[in-house]
Design a protein. Structure first.
Length: 242
């Protein structure tokens, strides 16, 4: 009961905000897009994953996630037209049609949906069918957390994503740790073979960036390159003479 009240409060005005983390082209040094990440004002240090989990437990998961998508999209006009927006969504809400509804009127050519396997997809054909009308209109699909155990090879193979986001656990120490490097290399090779593009997540050091670039990664995100930031800062990053 207390949890239900807390979750309802989370849906109120000002209860959460969206920050935007830049995704860079490493060679061109250019921002390609931003990932929208939700922050809850009541407890900013608590992971959004926990909030979203609690919301789902009391049946408000879809409502909260769609409110977050709506809030992220509402600021898209602050970014130049060539820059995309990446949104984290649960496969459940894609299947229910809620994601498509909250994307109505949005420029789908500028939208990437990131899906992870936290909630396993049991019926891939149905999932792909739900996505198909959106992808036909330019929406791109990213597999999030690739290599983390949440996103297996078979998951990736069945989704045929436009983008594969290499999990932070593979990025960390990729320069020094041969085991991680070989796993990252396998995923990168897999992406090349299947026509997906790789984005390395959580890049924190120059050594990690260089090692990943050496493996053929040209898109990356992480504290080394840019932290999640309010929309005004994100927009300012892109103003001339950028
Ligand atoms: O930004 P941070 O590292 O704290 O995010 C922690 C987790 O919460 C990540 O897995 C991220 O994908 C997830 N997350 C952040 N914002 C959203 C959101 O708006 N919707 C969903 N579904 N997940 C989010
Ligand atoms: O699960 P997902 O990939 O959507 O979540 C991305 C998470 O990674 C966010 O919570 C974001 O705040 C976090 N993040 C972004 N850059 C870095 C980084 O350089 N290092 C670490 N440890 N986390 C990062
Ligand atoms: Mn993500
Ligand atoms: Na991830």
């Amino acid at each position: 009961q207390a949890m239900a009240e807390r979750v309802t409060a989370m849906l109120g005005a000002g209860a959460f905000s969206v920050v935007y983390q830049p995704i860079f082209h490493l060679v061109e040094g250019r921002i390609l897009g931003f990932e929208a990440l939700t922050r809850f004002s009541a407890e900013p240090a608590r992971s959004p994953d926990v909030w979203f989990g609690e919301a789902a437990e009391v049946g408000l998961g879809e409502q909260l996630e769609m409110a977050a998508v709506g809030k992220a999209l509402a600021r898209l006009d602050r970014l130049p037209a060539g820059v995309y927006l990446s949104l984290n969504v649960s496969p459940t809400h894609l299947l229910s049609g809620a994601v498509a509804r909250s994307l109505e009127g949005a420029p789908l050519g500028r939208i990437v949906l990131e899906v992870t396997e936290h909630v396993p997809i049991t019926d891939y054909p149905r999932f792909m069918a739900a996505l198909e009308p959106l992808r036909r209109r330019g929406l791109r699909l990213a597999v999030d957390d690739a290599g983390a155990g949440y996103a297996s090879f078979s998951h990736i193979l069945q989704l045929g994503p436009d983008l594969i986001k290499l999990d932070v656990t593979l990025t960390r120490n990729v320069d020094a740790d041969r085991t991680r490097r070989s796993l990252a290399a396998a995923l990168i090779r897999f992406a090349e073979e299947t026509g997906s593009r790789i984005i390395a997540e959580g890049v924190e050091t120059v050594a990690e960036r260089d090692a990943l670039q050496g493996l053929g990664v040209d898109m990356a995100q992480g504290y080394l390159l840019g932290r999640p930031m309010p929309i005004a800062e994100a927009a300012a990053l892109l103003r001339p003479p950028y």
